[in-house]
Design a protein around this ligand. Structure first.
Ligand SMILES: [Zn+2]
Length: 394
């Protein structure tokens, strides 16, 4: 029997964390923070007490999946932390911006306890077997498939089935699928969105600001930008590190490397270049994007936002005020992609993470097995004899 502990990200966007145990081994998949939340709501719930967890596995280095790592360490977690090399390389920049500064100083990720793996590896952790595979979301991003006996749960983490840039591997069939519901029922394909963004950029080619997270979406945008562009200070090395032939679709590494080589460097405080400018992060919460957005508004420079905008973030405010445009560059599954994934994995019971309750309810109209009432704080048991799972509040 497997128990799933919904520690964060269910019925909400942010602080994604899923605990899994079979009564003998306890693991936690991801430990994110919730941008815009305060106090305890910023962190996942400790349904599995950190000092009793056997292993922590991180899917990728975005703040809503790794930002609470130091919090777990501060609360007594002492086990191994499994991640890919790309995630480890990007994690420190994320923690510097989103972890509590005091906790990061006192409880930094201990080098000796980080266990690196490759997408596609299967990890043996106590009585559990954890298969991994490329999720298509960022370089080195993975999904996890946790098996105990005959029960299996697939945690999609953040997933992009139709990325133009990143490869995705198909997870195995399972009893429970925790899918990436970030986009709810949005049906618009990545190809259509990319064409919309290309058209927007073409009509603002003389200068515009494009906030974007350092990993994942930046490469998707670079694949769209078939004209000269500039990047903010601090972006070049992390972008170069993501351009690896092994994790990108055929031909993409050469294309992106060539585009990065010709990109102009820009620093906060310098005049805006007469071309599209990529700045991180994507929300205006941290990094050069924060001052760059203020300067762009003051200068009347066109702004294109292209991803999730947490409530009260500078990006959300500018979009609401009509001072910035917004076209989604898909870095999560569209409706058709989630339905196809659920069908390919055997139409299992499904959970949706990274969206609010209303969006989850809408998605449930297309995926009948979706548990639209599953919320952060719930524990779900997958019985061996009775494959219909039971949910109860803790
Ligand atoms: Zn992500």
């Amino acid at each position: 029997m497997l128990s799933l502990h919904l520690q964060g990200g269910f019925g909400e966007k942010g602080r994604t964390s899923l605990g899994v145990d079979d009564g003998r081994t306890r693991i936690v998949l991801d430990a994110g923070i919730k941008v815009g939340a305060a106090g305890d709501e910023y962190y996942p719930l400790p349904l599995l007490p950190p000092d009793r967890v056997d292993a922590l596995l991180i899917s990728h280095a975005h703040e809503d999946h790794v930002g609470a790592l130091c919090r777990l360490l501060a609360r007594g977690y002492r086990g191994p932390v499994f991640m890919t090399a790309q995630t480890r390389a990007e994690m420190f920049a994320t923690l510097a911006q989103y972890a509590d500064a005091d906790e990061l100083r006192r409880f930094p990720p201990p080098d000796g306890s980080i266990e690196l793996f490759l997408p596609g590896d299967t990890l043996a952790i106590g009585s559990l077997s954890v298969a991994t595979g490329a999720s298509g979301h960022v370089a080195g991003g993975v999904w996890f498939a946790v098996s105990a006996g005959e029960s299996r749960v697939v945690y999609a983490a953040d997933m992009v089935p139709a990325s133009r840039v990143f490869d995705m591997a198909m997870p195995p069939a399972c009893d429970v699928l925790a899918l990436d519901a970030s986009y709810g029922t949005d049906p618009v394909t990545a190809a259509t969105r990319a064409a919309e963004i290309a058209a927007w950029v073409a009509s603002h080619a003389g200068g515009c600001l494009m906030p974007t997270p350092l990993s994942g979406r930046s490469l998707e945008l670079m694949a769209v930008l078939d004209r000269p562009f500039a990047i903010a200070e601090g972006m070049r090395a992390p972008l170069a590190a993501q351009i690896e032939p092994g994790v990108l679709r055929p031909g993409m590494a050469d294309l992106l490397r060539a585009r990065l080589a010709t990109a102009i460097d820009w620093q906060v405080g310098a005049p805006f270049p007469a071309m599209p400018l990529l700045v991180h992060d994507g929300m205006g919460v941290a990094g050069p994007a924060r001052p760059a957005l203020e300067a762009a508004v003051a200068a009347g420079l066109p702004i294109l936002l292209s991803g999730h905008l947490p409530a009260r973030s500078p990006g959300a405010r500018l979009a609401a005020e009509g001072r910035a445009d917004w076209i989604r560059m898909p870095t999560h599954p569209t409706l058709d992609e989630n339905v196809a994934l659920w069908q390919a994995l055997g139409r299992p019971m499904a959970l949706g993470h990274s969206c609010d309750a209303e969006t989850l309810a809408e998605l449930g109209r297309f995926i009948p097995a979706l548990q639209t009432g599953a919320r952060t704080g719930h524990t779900i048991e997958i019985g061996k004899e009775d494959r219909r799972a039971h949910s109860h509040r803790q």
